[in-house]
Design a protein around this ligand. Structure first.
Ligand SMILES: CC(=O)SCCNC(=O)CCNC(=O)[C@H](O)C(C)(C)COP(=O)(O)OP(=O)(O)OC[C@H]1O[C@@H](n2cnc3c(N)ncnc32)[C@H](O)[C@@H]1OP(=O)(O)O
Ligand SMILES: CC(C)C(=O)C(=O)O
Length: 518
């Protein structure tokens, strides 16, 4: 890399992001997100942890084959079988990378029960092994920010000598603070022989809400790779959010004169898609991608923005791909306007998909006075979440609720066969879910049921997220409708459809599925 101020963006949405409990993505969803990351200019995609499961291995291999520009990286413990498995998956990429790690702090050294010398030897062996397979090797001392400085310098030097080309310094538990984060990188650059021949990376978690600040401080001290995820997805309080560090360096280029290869106009589209496939809704006041990030509601702000937008906006919505070209959508709009609106919102759809979304759009426009951008996003997401190929489909629902009790009459199509049941419950949603369970008996546990109004007004669409768990497998379902109860049933059924696919993929035979469904 020739430009000394170019910061490499390493996205780990598909690895560390997917480690958030419940954020598991399907194979197809991972491929789609990887393609979006590749197209938006992410330098390195950490696509998964190949030894973790057959599914992870398959996803990393496919992403490696599909990637056009990004380096494709897989994670491996400091163990030879992990590294071999990782290489088997990433070797298909035009530009593969192996990322191997081990916890170096006193707390983490105790886990594999290695003393300082034994661990140093393990690092030397495993990094050498990785480098013999691949000429692009990243090494991480996990929990670096709680590792003794002398020992950290010693092991980083060993990793560099063994052939690591990137040294990542993780703040695994989100413990550091900006000044300390900068000082740690500066210390390593100054003390470790060979430090100037590798790239130093920063990998921060957000437990104290400082991941973005800590990452940027590390860059100011000389790190040139930031590890991050879309929407800050990740374990516990998450990882550094890609959109935050990238936009911070763009907007405050005057004091942080660093560049990235990211096409920032693609941020909104990928943020929405990651929120949908992970089931992690973005909080409205989230920096950059929150629904309110560019909204001005109070009079003084509105007055200021009308007179000069810069009074209350430090970046343009268009910079992150937010539509400023307001084509008003309603029941008189046609396919051309819908296609243009979808493109504005970052959705490229084929003719068949457009046809399907258009039918749903017209049905919505008939029911709703105004159709907002958020409604259209919900519509697209609903269309891609619930399709005609699904094993279970909701055909008809009638709900009775009120002070005299609640019941549901539900008709569903199960693998082509129509079934109708009547069920009661503790509330209308409970009655509906009981009806679904009568039609498709299962033992999956409901882990999350969340309703979110897409826009204001009593005719607003509701997006409903459902998360379920069966034998450690976690699946999500999402749906949108102006009828909250119908959206709930569709989301619940969507999660069950994912579960069926997961069971089939895990080798659980179709017999069991049909046994449950009779
Ligand atoms: C900070 C991070 O994000 S690190 C990445 C965390 N991500 C994940 O763990 C997700 C994927 N993980 C998995 O699927 C599983 O944990 C596997 C497949 C990797 C391992 O599964 P298992 O063999 O059943 O081991 P288990 O998870 O119970 O315990 C982890 C083992 O790895 C060892 N280990 C953990 N990290 C490392 C490391 N970096 N290098 C070498 N060994 C390690 C532990 O010592 C323990 O081995 P031990 O029981 O012999 O002491
Ligand atoms: C594997 C490492 C880089 C990690 O995810 C962490 O330390 O948080």
């Amino acid at each position: 890399m020739t430009d000394k101020n170019r910061v490499v963006i390493f996205d780990t949405t598909l690895r560390d992001g997917e480690q958030s409990p419940g954020a598991t993505m399907s194979h197809a969803e991972k491929l789609e997100i990887a393609q979006m990351l590749d197209e938006m200019g992410v330098d390195i995609i950490e696509a998964g942890f190949p030894i973790a499961s057959e599914g992870d291995f398959a996803a990393v291999s496919e992403i490696a084959k599909q990637a056009q520009n990004s380096v494709i990286c897989g994670l491996a413990r400091a163990q030879i079988p992990d590294i071999d498995r990782c290489w088997e998956a990433v070797k298909h990429a035009r530009r593969p990378r192996i990322h191997t790690f081990i916890g170096t702090s006193p707390l983490h050294r105790a886990i594999p029960n290695l003393d300082m010398d034994q661990m140093a030897e393990r690092i030397e062996q495993t990094v050498t092994h990785a480098r013999n397979l691949c000429d692009n090797v990243q090494w991480s001392p996990m929990d670096a920010t709680r590792t003794e400085h002398d020992y950290l310098c010693r092991v980083v030097e060993i990793a560099i000598k063994a052939g690591a080309t990137t040294i990542n310094i993780p703040d695994t538990v989100g413990y550091t603070a900006p000044r300390e984060s900068a000082a740690l990188i500066a210390m390593l650059l100054e003390r470790v022989p060979g430090a100037d021949e590798v790239i130093f990376a920063t990998h921060c978690h957000n437990d104290l809400g400082m991941a973005t600040a800590n990452s940027l401080a590390a860059v100011e001290a000389g790190a040139r790779q930031i590890e991050c995820t879309i929407n800050g997805l990740g374990e516990r309080a998450g990882n550094t959010a890609l959109e935050e560090v990238v936009m911070a360096m763009k907007v405050r280029h005057d004091i942080m004169p660093f560049t990235t290869g990211i096409d920032t106009t693609k941020i909104m589209a990928i943020s929405r898609r990651v929120a949908q496939v992970s089931g992690f809704v973005v909080q409205p006041n989230k920096a950059i991608v929150g629904k309110n990030a560019f909204l001005h509601e109070s009079g003084i702000h509105q007055d200021g923005v009308l007179k000069n937008v810069e009074t209350f906006e430090i970046m343009r919505p268009a910079d992150i791909g937010l539509n400023e070209n307001n084509i008003a959508m309603g029941k008189h709009s046609g396919r051309a306007a819908l296609r243009a609106k979808l493109a504005d919102l970052g959705f490229e759809v084929g003719d068949n998909q457009l046809k399907d979304i258009f039918v749903r759009f017209k049905a919505l426009a008939d029911r709703k006075k105004e159709v907002y951008d958020e409604d259209i996003v919900a519509l697209v997401q609903d269309a891609s979440a619930n399709t005609e190929d699904d094993h279970l489909q909701v055909k008809h629902l009638r709900v009775v609720c009120g002070s005299d009790g609640q019941s549901a009459d539900l008709t569903m199509v199960v693998d082509g066969e129509e079934r109708t049941v009547h069920a009661t419950g503790d509330g209308p949603v409970d009655a509906c879910f009981n009806a679904v369970k009568q039609i498709f008996p299962h033992n999956a546990r409901l882990k999350l049921y969340q309703v979110h109004a897409v826009t204001e007004g009593t005719d607003a669409q509701a997006t409903v997220s459902v998360r379920m768990e069966e034998d450690g497998r976690i699946v999500n379902g999402q749906a949108a409708d102006t009828d909250t109860i119908l959206a709930s049933v569709k989301a619940y059924v969507g999660a069950l459809n994912h579960l069926i696919v997961r069971r089939q993929r895990a080798g659980k035979d179709d017999k069991q599925i049909s046994m449950y469904s009779h």
